[in-house]
Design a protein around this ligand. Structure first.
Ligand code: NDP
Length: 312
């Protein structure tokens, strides 16, 4: 196996990773960025992005990520296709294995591996993804202004997104699989006290209906077996996210869901020289703009760390 040595290794290619690459390049760290299996990250599976500042007319998610990549390349970042498959934080320099065939040694590492939305796993949900099926109400709710929409889930995210949608859409149909919600009491109270949110308890999604776009959702009461069709223009899935942090398990501090812990107000992890940015360390905001901001923080923190250690 060959080994290469770099100052700053960035893992992941969403808004956090590319922004870190832009800042690290301009700071002269000659960063190397490995893109992972989904170059561009979650934004490559969305359609229009209207809430990223600087694009007054909106932009398609995949196109925006090409802009990020091109900007990072223009600043001098070395962008490579490859997947981090193993890490070793016990030695200095730190070590990352790429594609199970090459080790990179790095003085600093920025983890920006993101998170993935969980899906129900039914065929119609996948077929209509991007055509009314979405895992992000804040991103896509606006496209369904004054329309009826459905949302599935019963955690804090689902409650928060249902409330967000209730301010934009005429009616929100919330599908909850048990007789109670997992969301915090205060969020539940807000949901049930919002007149244009209707909760369907003990209900599961049978099918998202529509040919080219979402037209209705068919739900099934899991106690009575009764089925019901609700006409809606969009179907939001809010059943949780999975941070892409498996390869770091046991090597870095994480919460019970696998989100990497950072020291508040910084991108520093408990491992010296390792920084985390974007959705892999953020289960609350999950926006492109917040991820980009935290990628900037990580590059600045890495730069400061390298200077303090006399490594740069
Ligand atoms: P959670 O894991 O907390 O909740 C997921 C919800 O989705 C559960 O209600 C679960 O149902 C439901 N669900 C899972 N799979 C299915 C399925 N196949 N069909 C139907 N329903 C399903 O995820 P969240 O994203 O809501 O929250 C993650 C963490 O982030 C939590 O700790 C939360 O408190 C926190 N958070 C905090 C916020 C804040 O403080 N402002 C905002 C958002 C999140 P069931 O209950 O039956 O298991």
């Amino acid at each position: 196996m060959s080994t290469e040595k770099v100052h700053c290794l960035i893992i992941g290619s969403g808004p956090a990773g590319y922004t870190a690459a832009i800042y690290a390049s301009r700071a002269g760290l000659n960063p190397v960025l490995y893109q992972g299996i989904q170059p561009g990250g979650q934004l490559t599976i969305t359609t229009e992005v209207e809430n990223y500042p600087g694009y007054p007319d909106g932009i398609q998610g995949p196109e925006m990520m090409i802009h990020f990549e091109n900007q990072a390349k223009r600043m001098g970042a070395d962008i490579r296709y490859g997947l981090a498959t193993k890490v070793d934080f016990s030695t200095r320099p730190l070590k990352v294995e790429i594609d199970e065939e090459q080790w990179i040694e790095a003085d600093s590492i920025i983890i920006s591996t993101g998170a993935s939305a969980k899906w129900l796993g039914i065929e119609s949900e996948q077929r209509l993804n991007g055509y009314g099926v979405s895992a992000c109400a804040v991103c896509d709710g606006f496209f369904f202004k004054a329309k009826e929409v459905a949302i599935v889930g019963a955690g804090d995210t689902a409650a928060e997104e249902a409330l967000y949608l209730s301010k934009i859409c005429s009616q929100v149909h919330m599908i909850v699989r048990r007789h109670e919600m997992r969301a915090s009491k205060v969020m539940q109270d807000r949901v049930v006290n919002t007149t244009n949110i209707k909760v369907y308890w003990n209900s599961e999604t049978d099918e998202v209906m529509g040919d080219k776009k979402v037209e209705a959702v068919r739900i099934k009461n899991n106690q009575t077996g009764e089925k019901q069709e609700i006409p809606v223009s969009a179907f939001f899935v809010a059943i949780g996210h999975q941070p892409n942090s498996d390869i770091f398990k046991g090597l870095i501090d994480m919460d019970e869901a696998g989100y990497i812990k950072t020291i508040p107000g910084t991108s520093k992890t408990n491992v010296e020289g390792v920084f985390a940015s974007g959705d892999v360390q953020d289960k609350i905001y999950r926006q492109a703009v917040t991820a980009a901001g935290s990628g900037c923080m990580a590059a600045l923190d890495a730069e400061r760390y390298l200077s303090e250690k006399g490594l740069h």
